[in-house]
Design a protein around this ligand. Structure first.
Ligand code: F6R
Length: 367
């Protein structure tokens, strides 16, 4: 059932061109210039008139939520807050019937997310679900929602569910932006065409980086710490890259917005510190170049994820992983793939049980 792959996680990483495509199927109609999402469309006035959107989730789904915030605020200009379900529910949050709550959950069974939703519902908020498991508890208590069609995710570390969540959030942001007039038609048309081509780009990334990342992983089997840095849309991608590594390889890893380095973590950098830096051309590239200079001045080992043909960062980096260029909003989807592979291979070489890491469960039904 692993389809010839050694682990479910690797199989699921490789399924992403299909799972993203399946998540868009029937929704993204490029030729007609339409995004069809009944759950959004039936309640579009709720979204349009919302005071704000509050995204609630845990773990990897929370990272997807952070990227959702960038997407929805950029393209639909609706204020978004992203909260850990466990924090939200215990702090007497201010919620009214003018708020829209979006819950993101692969399993649809996460206890904290479920409890946070019940609370939001009691206070009259409109609840939208983004779940992968059909008919799960969270999917059932929401007022409306969109399923990610990623298919069953067996590996405990979430991979294809994450990129499917990003796909849904992208569709929602574009659809709302088009509807409320913040995203003009020409931009909408070019963005949806680009989104439609993302599965192909993921295929390309999988085939062009698989072996390379495997080799890079060999050099980091013995390290104890890792930093992951990114800016803008790729700051949450850095958080997610770090989470993947820590949960399956048991190496301590931290994600940071690259500019925050000088406010503390730069003290950690020496010749033993590996730093993964996500540096696509679109998205504060010049700023990232200076961050890499700061790291190299302290002899940190830089593993850079850059666009093909990149020069400035590549010349300074110790390891270079090239991905195709995209608009900034799509770069976390594309950049996440080599980071998943990196975490996977480091864990495999450390002899860890990647599909069932210690202390973790696929659905966290305890609080
Ligand atoms: C990380 C991971 C967890 C989950 C979290 C939320 O790889 O899988 O961090 O993302 O437990 O789970 P769901 O999305 O099922 O609510």
């Amino acid at each position: 059932e692993k389809g010839g792959y050694e682990h479910f996680m690797l199989k699921e990483i490789f399924e992403q061109p299909k799972s993203i495509h399946d998540t868009m199927r029937g929704r993204l109609l490029v030729d007609e210039g339409v995004i069809k999402m009944a759950g959004i469309w039936d309640h579009v006035e709720k979204f349009k008139n919302a005071n704000r959107i509050i995204i609630i989730a845990c773990g990897t789904s929370w990272h997807a939520g952070l990227i959702g915030e960038y997407l929805i605020e950029e393209y639909a200009r609706i204020p978004v807050e992203v909260e850990y379900a466990s924090e939200f529910r215990y702090r007497n949050p201010i919620i009214t019937d003018k708020d829209v709550v979006i819950a993101i959950s692969q399993s649809g069974e996460t206890a904290d997310t479920m409890a946070a939703l019940k609370l939001a519902k009691e206070k009259g908020a409109f609840i939208y679900g983004i779940c992968n498991v059909v008919d799960s508890s969270i999917a059932r208590i929401t007022d409306a929602g969109s399923y990610t069609h990623a298919g069953p995710e067996i590996g405990v570390a979430s991979t294809k569910a994450f990129t499917a969540q990003l796909t849904i959030l992208t569709l929602i942001a574009f659809k709302l932006g088009k509807h409320n007039g913040n995203l003009g038609n020409a931009d909408f048309m070019s963005l949806i065409a680009e989104l439609d081509a993302i599965p192909k780009k993921i295929e390309d990334v999988l085939s062009s980086t698989h072996e390379l990342v495997q080799n890079i992983a060999k050099d980091f089997v013995g390290v104890q710490n890792f930093l992951y840095l990114g800016r803008g849309y790729n700051y949450p991608a850095a958080l997610e890259g770090a989470l993947k590594l820590k949960e399956i390889s048991y190496i301590h890893a931290e994600g940071y917005p690259a500019a925050e380095m000088k406010h503390g973590p730069i003290a950690l950098i020496d010749e033993n510190m590996p730093i993964v830096i996500i540096a696509p051309k679109k998205g504060h590239y010049d700023k990232i170049v200076s961050n890499v200079q700061e790291i190299k001045a302290r002899k940190g080992k830089v593993i850079a994820v850059v666009n093909r043909g990149d020069q400035q960062v590549s010349e300074m980096a110790d390891y270079v992983i090239e991905i195709p260029e995209t608009s900034e909003c799509f770069s976390p989807i594309v950049a996440s793939v080599p980071l998943q592979l990196l975490a996977y291979y480091i864990a495999v070489y450390r002899g860890a049980n990647v599909d069932q890491p210690r202390n973790l469960a696929k659905s966290v039904t305890v609080e």
